[in-house]
Design a protein around this ligand. Structure first.
Ligand code: NAD
Length: 344
């Protein structure tokens, strides 16, 4: 089976390409490398450098396309709505067009739990969120990124229906692990805090939210099984354990042996406090597929492996950390969270 992965040289993409190779797939990663610190695709995968927003984009003949390329900056997206929409809904439509022309029979869209937003009514407690936030729940995204993921889902449903592509939409959340970008100042709290620990700089914690941090080593094999399988529909993909942001901070502080100090700030406006899902459908789907089951990795283990990889690259060797990539802010610079205003 030949699988094309857009954003294939990125964090999740690289791990997915490796998992697909180990399933004996032929793999082509399509990526323009705009967000790649270090290229670490498996040798068996082919890299095609291309921008997925290019209207002349063509994909090689293939059986399936996984669309992961995006501007995944959730909170920042409200300050660059045009860029995020071009990279979001528009890019998805463009990749769908290219996938149909390449003869693909299956399309897998990398969506996000950001589509759920606060829910309706807003979640007041963890148990509310756990019972409500399932694939059947209505979606009320609170940021441009989540709105683009939801729009992309609808666009993919419309196009795949008339073009006879089987469609799986996977809503992932808070994926972390080795290979995560250390140059993005706007997201990926695990990488941000590990970078701060390596630089012995103070990190910022916005208080009062809970997430299901999902180790990429658990996610990638499950995602590869879904890509090569036959599941059609929408699936939340992530770990069931719920962790407060304060607990995450204390785990990383302990792991990095006093290198990390954290300044706690009040919750950001419009931050979703309980972005958590019930993953029963995902567990059942993987069991039915019979080819994979969810191998949960405890947060402590995942963080240890992530820190070990980061320390081996930047701590022991003294290799310079990549420069922080500040991206254009289109509107409302005065409304940015305080620590982002300092970024040029
Ligand atoms: N990491 C998470 O926690 C998470 C959670 C939910 C959903 N997702 C989604 O999964 C996907 C991958 O996320 P990630 O964390 O691996 O991010 P990432 O930034 O590491 O990967 C995205 C990749 O897409 C590439 N890219 C971006 N725009 C491109 C363009 N116009 N043309 C070609 N390549 C382009 C980048 O160079 C990068 O390699 C994204 O769609 C993201 O929204 C991620």
């Amino acid at each position: 089976m030949h699988v094309v992965v857009t954003g294939g040289a990125g964090f999740i993409g690289t791990h997915l390409c490796a998992a697909l190779v180990s399933r004996d797939c032929q793999v082509t990663a399509v990526d323009d490398l705009r967000a790649v610190d270090t290229l670490s695709l498996p040798a068996e995968a082919t890299l095609v450098r291309a921008d997925v927003t290019d209207s002349s984009l063509t994909l090689p003949p293939c059986d399936a396309v996984v669309h992961l390329a995006a501007d995944p900056a959730e909170c920042r997206s409200n300050f660059c709505p045009a860029y995020n929409t071009y990279q979001g809904a528009y890019a998805t439509a463009n990749v769908l067009r290219a996938a149909v022309l390449a003869g693909a029979k299956r399309f897998v869209f990398g969506s996000s739990v950001a589509v759920y937003g606060h829910g309706d009514p807003p979640h007041q407690s963890l148990s509310d969120a756990l019972s409500f936030n399932t694939e059947a729940a209505p979606c009320y995204p609170t940021d441009v990124y989540g709105a683009n993921k939801l729009a992309s889902e609808h666009i993919a449903q419309a196009v795949c229906a008339v073009q006879d592509l089987s469609l799986a939409i996977v809503r992932m959340h808070n994926v972390y692990g080795p290979g995560q970008s250390f140059s993005d100042p706007y997201r990926n709290v695990v990488a941000l805090w590990m970078r701060a620990a390596l630089e012995r700089k103070e990190a910022t914690l916005y208080a009062g939210h809970w997430r299901q941090f999902t180790y990429v080593g658990a996610l990638a094999p499950a995602l590869a099984a879904l890509v090569t399988g036959t599941f059609e529909g929408v699936l939340d993909l992530g770990d069931n354990t719920v962790t407060s942001i304060e607990r995450l901070a204390s785990r990383i502080c302990a792991l990095t042996e006093g290198r990390l100090t954290v300044a706690t700030l009040p919750p950001r406006p419009r931050e979703v406090p309980f972005s958590v899902c019930n993953h029963d459908l995902m567990y059942r789907t993987l069991e039915i597929a019979g080819s994979c089951s969810w191998q949960a990795v405890p947060l402590e283990t995942g963080l240890e492996e992530t820190w070990a990889a980061a320390f081996a690259t930047y701590g022991k060797t003294g290799k310079r950390l990549p420069r922080l990539r500040s991206l254009p802010v289109e509107i409302g610079r005065d409304k940015l969270p305080t620590n982002w205003r300092r970024l040029k």
